[in-house]
Write a protein of this length. Sequence first.
Length: 107
Amino acid sequence: MFSPKVPVNDQPTGQIIPLGGITAVNGHQHAPACSCSNPAPAPATSTRPAVQLTPGSLLLLVGSGTAAVLVVGAVLVSMLLAVAITAGSLAIVALVIRSLINQERKS
């Protein structure tokens, strides 16, 4: 049940490439029996920095960050207000029920 299953190729290609026999030739990975003519990949060089911040994009970044903070703050404040209103309402209901129970005991 838990033994590993070895996949079987239904249509063999006829090429046999050993598992450990891959060597690097001119920066390209080739197996000993490989007959491809792939050139070595050219190294990617860039003189530009990875992130370019122009004054406009910096202003946009600061503005969007401020907007996000304001939206999250408004949501948290509204949730806190909802909890406070609910707690106040429950306290008033508890006082009314307590006074009704006390009035029935006296009469």
